[in-house]
Design a protein around this ligand. Structure first.
Ligand code: GLN
Length: 210
């Protein structure tokens, strides 16, 4: 349900089919001028100016998206210019290629991802990331949970951040952003603020039409 929607707000949906969506909503509540919305139906997706696809289990979320017709609603809003930010499972669903898997994906970014890239020994970990385009010189504490990595970047997709060993963990292509980590699990709102600014830029009418 839409929680509030004044003249000054952009509506940022968080796909709420499965997984870690509440924490994203809490994060968005801390940013001025944002009306967060848990989006579960095609109708709810249609009123979003931007959409976050949170962490979870990518095969499950993909199946549920198709079952409820949310996939088609997302694609149609993307054709109209809606930006998407995928975190972890969301990154997998944005990728055009998923190594060794035929599972459902939206395929909106020219990247290849490898699921569970850190293996069983390192289920989850935290590290300080440099993300020059977003975070100046102050690194971002990033939480990785059974995380994927980006194994290939093509076309106009660009790398925003790498681990110290060079593996790619954040990318952008046009209006779409993808991160292998969980920016909703710290107190740092910089990544969400960056996405909200992308949404404002790509939906210039958002301030006037809602
Ligand atoms: N390993 C999960 C998958 O493949 C992603 C984990 C996450 O979203 N934290 O979907």
């Amino acid at each position: 349900m839409l929680m509030s929607n004044s003249l000054h707000n952009v509506v940022i949906g968080v796909l709420g089919l499965q997984g870690d969506f509440e924490k994203h909503v809490e994060m968005l509540r801390r940013i001025d001028g944002v009306a967060p919305l848990i989006a579960r139906t095609p109708e709810e997706v249609r009123v979003c100016d931007g959409l976050i696809i949170p962490g979870g289990e990518s095969t499950t979320v993909g199946k549920l998206m198709v079952r409820y017709g949310v996939d088609e609603a997302i694609k149609s809003r993307v054709r109209e210019g809606m930006p998407i930010f995928g975190t972890c499972t969301g990154m997998i669903l944005l990728a055009r290629e998923i190594e060794g898997s035929e599972q459902y994906r939206l395929g909106l970014m020219d990247i290849t991802v490898r699921r569970n890239a850190f293996g069983r020994q390192i289920d989850s970990f935290e590290t300080d990331l440099q993300i020059p385009a977003i975070c100046d010189s102050r690194p971002l504490r990033a939480v990785f949970i059974r995380a994927p990595i980006v194994s290939e970047v093509r076309g106009s997709a660009e790398v925003l951040s790498r681990l110290a060993d060079g593996r790619i963990v954040m990318v952008r292509q046009g209006p779409h952003l993808a991160a292998a980590f969980h920016p909703e699990l710290t107190d740092d709102t910089r990544i969400h603020e960056y996405f909200v600014n992308v949404v404002r830029r790509f939906t210039p009418t958002a301030l006037n039409t809602k």
